[in-house]
Write a protein that binds this ligand. Structure first.
Ligand code: SF4
Length: 319
């Protein structure tokens, strides 16, 4: 059986397309080649799409009368309206493609998600806290969509975090967005409790509180509030101490069902996992195996122990 690939948007130059202003590309093999088997890349180059051509004059974000405008560097032609018209059409098209993530090229005045230079009218950089025009509109339109810049995906842990958010977004849109009931959000929360523990107890407490007090909220409001907190919580990296808390929680419930020898082996593997060099996947795999053999209410359907085949292959679970 073939698994359907997941639609992920990407800045065209990261795919190796020669769309940069100088006719070059920014091919990112650690992303494209590593994830190609599971992802269907939706390539977007805003600057080529508005017919700026390749090669082309560079463009900058410039603050003019308290507004950010997109101007050509030398001629100062204002491209803001042209870019906005493209963005509006493109976001509508992306909405129909049911994306579960987007990888953007860092620092670009169109695609950069953070630290994009903003110039004053005199051409001097005022600060580097800007966002590219396309990137800013993308995160505004799809607030829960996992989005990352290539520059922030250099480490394995950052790539694992992005993958985790992509697969969680796929589950979220599958179970919650399609249902009109609040029950779907409550069930989603219950299935993600252990996964949330691995990202830190603080965010889990906030989500528990929201679920416990959801009665006065409409289904739409609950989904919005929950989605914001949930995807924000997943952005916190899984560290060895946080993972250990999650593993221990599962181990405590499984303990009475385990043979003393097996209990000891798993306990030692969890202790080892606090050490940065020991993979979390070892005790995680042991617990997953035990969960398959012992049905425990509340634990049998935990998302953290039920990764999809693609997630298992691409992420740390399989390491
Ligand atoms: S950063 Fe964005 S606009 Fe620039 S070449 Fe890459 S895809 Fe095109």
């Amino acid at each position: 059986m073939t698994t359907k690939k997941i639609n992920i948007g990407i800045s065209s130059c990261l795919l190796g397309e020669e769309t940069r202003y100088d006719g070059d590309h920014n091919y990112a093999p650690e992303i494209v080649e590593a994830w190609d088997s599971a992802f269907n890349w939706i390539s977007v180059c805003p600057e080529v799409a508005i017919d700026l051509g390749v090669p082309r004059e560079t463009i900058d974000l410039v603050e003019v009368d308290n507004q950010i405008r997109l101007l050509r560097t030398n001629t100062r032609t204002d491209l803001t309206n042209r870019m906005n018209r493209f963005i509006s059409r493109q976001l509508t098209a992306l909405d129909r493609q049911h994306l579960h993530g987007f990888v953007l090229r860092s620092k670009s005045p169109s695609c950069g998600l953070s630290r994009v230079p903003i110039e004053g009218e005199n051409g001097r950089v005022m600060h580097r806290r800007g966002q590219g025009m396309f990137a800013a509109a993308l995160v505004k339109r799809f607030p829960f969509l996992p989005v990352a810049e290539d520059g922030k995906l250099k480490t394995e842990s950052a790539r694992n975090n992005f993958l985790e958010r992509v697969f969680a977004h796929q589950r979220w849109t599958g179970c919650v967005t399609c249902s009109k009931s609040k029950k779907a959000v409550v069930e989603f929360h219950n299935q993600h409790r252990i996964q949330l523990v691995a990202h830190g107890i603080g965010p889990l407490k906030q989500l528990d509180e929201l679920i416990a007090n959801h009665k006065p909220l409409s289904a739409a409001r609950l989904k919005k509030n929950y989605g914001e907190l949930f995807f924000h919580a997943l952005e916190r990296p899984i560290t060895p101490p946080r993972a250990t808390v999650a593993l221990k929680q599962v181990f405590r419930e499984l303990k009475p069902k385990l043979h003393p020898k097996r209990k000891q082996i798993i306990e030692n593997a969890i202790k080892d996992a606090r050490n940065v060099d020991a993979p979390i996947s070892r005790p995680w795999g042991m617990l997953r195996h035990e969960l398959e053999n012992h049905s425990l209410p509340g634990l049998f359907n935990q998302s953290w122990f039920q990764p999809s085949d693609s997630e298992l292959k691409l992420s740390w679970f399989g390491s």
